[in-house]
Design a protein around this ligand. Structure first.
Ligand code: DAH
Length: 345
């Protein structure tokens, strides 16, 4: 073997070993310049072919060409591996593991009061009720007098009011004054409305009562509206809100604006009436107050009680949610604790 060919074979060995040692793309580029580039060692030897005797040149040329092609292919392979390794290293240095499943996003939810309100509105609109909006700031006249609370009547004390700077203007203590607004708007046409909204009472905040809360009032007035209609509507409501097969019970009660007046309970949805912690071992959960619209109230609304009758009901929206989701403290609704907001609805 000629010296030149031996040199070439040795260079091939060295170049291969040097390529295996390249750890970065930069190093592979330097390697290319050192061996295969215009001034590279392999190129230089190949140029020396002229020193060889004529008959040795073809074999040398053939071998030199093989070595160049092999080294070029080895360079490309090396560069791919190095690029991959560099990428993997960059990824792990950034702490990104692309094989991990994505982290779920926290998605907002409707407030439990909104969930309950929408359910209530859906149930009653299916029964043909329309939503009627009434104001939150009321006069003493609408909040009490026209609803048949005479001045000084002790029932006013059940609903301690927030007063404003303007005399006789208060924050409504219940949605019932909306009954008067609705009747005065529609009389003498028959009406079937629900009135959802915020109410305010100047009360101590406890597990059972907040200063601000939501109610939905219902009002039906027509020529032949009876107590059976009231029962049918409320039984249907209870079955849709609390589940098929629910029972309701009426207890006699007193409200100045209805006669007779009742409080309505549904059988406990947790124990089905057996008695448990949620229903305080009574088997029943209170859902609302109701009754036949008092003749004085009908007249104040513009209806002649000799011709018209009506029923009304009023429910706390938080109370419905508390019954349905076994929540034992109304204060949760106003604390904005995400654990509570996530649990319900
Ligand atoms: N307004 C009453 C309250 O806040 C609830 C109520 C009871 C409304 C009987 C009614 C009704 O319409 O008929 O305690």
């Amino acid at each position: 073997m000629s010296n030149l060919l031996q040199e070439l074979e040795q260079l091939y060995q060295d170049a291969s070993a040097a390529l295996d040692g390249c750890q970065t793309l930069e190093e592979t580029e330097a390697w290319h310049a050192a061996y295969l580039g215009r001034k590279g060692a392999v190129t230089a030897i190949v140029r020396g072919v002229g020193q060889l005797p004529r008959e040795e040149r073809p074999a040398f040329g053939k071998r030199a060409n093989e070595i160049k092609v092999t080294l070029e292919a080895a360079l490309r392979g090396r560069q791919e591996r190095v690029a991959l390794a560099e990428m993997e290293q960059a990824l792990s240095a950034e702490g990104i593991d692309v094989t991990l499943p994505g982290r779920p996003q926290q998605i907002g939810k409707l407030h439990p009061t909104t969930v309950a309100l929408r359910e209530i509105v859906d149930i009653f609109t299916q029964m043909g009720f329309e939503v009627f909006d009434a104001r939150e700031v009321e006069t003493d006249e609408l909040n009490f007098e026209l609803l048949n609370f005479p001045p000084g009547h002790p029932a006013r004390e059940m609903q301690d009011s927030f007063y404003t700077d303007t005399e006789d203007v208060i924050l409504r203590t219940h949605t019932s004054p909306g009954q008067i607004h609705a009747m005065r708007k529609y009389a003498p046409e028959p009406i079937r409305v629900i009135l959802p909204g915020k109410c305010y009472r100047n009360e101590d905040v406890t597990a059972r009562s907040e200063m601000m809360f939501y109610q939905v009032e219902g009002l039906v007035v027509g020529r032949n509206v009876t107590f059976s209609d009231l029962k049918g509507v409320l039984l249907n409501y209870a079955n849709q809100m609390y589940g098929e097969g629910r029972k309701i019970r009426f207890r006699k009660s007193y409200f100045p604006f209805t006669e007779p007046s009742v409080e309505v309970d549904v059988d406990c949805i947790l124990c089905g009436g057996e008695g448990c912690r949620v229903c305080k071992y009574t088997g029943w959960l209170e859902i609302l107050g109701a009754g036949m619209v008092h003749p004085v109230v009908l007249r104040n609304g513009g209806y002649d009680p000799a011709e018209f009758s009506g029923f009304a009901f009023g429910m706390g929206i938080e109370r419905q949610a508390m019954n349905k989701y076994s929540i034992d403290d109304i204060r949760y609704f106003y604390e904005n604790d995400a654990r509570f907001l996530e649990r319900v609805g």
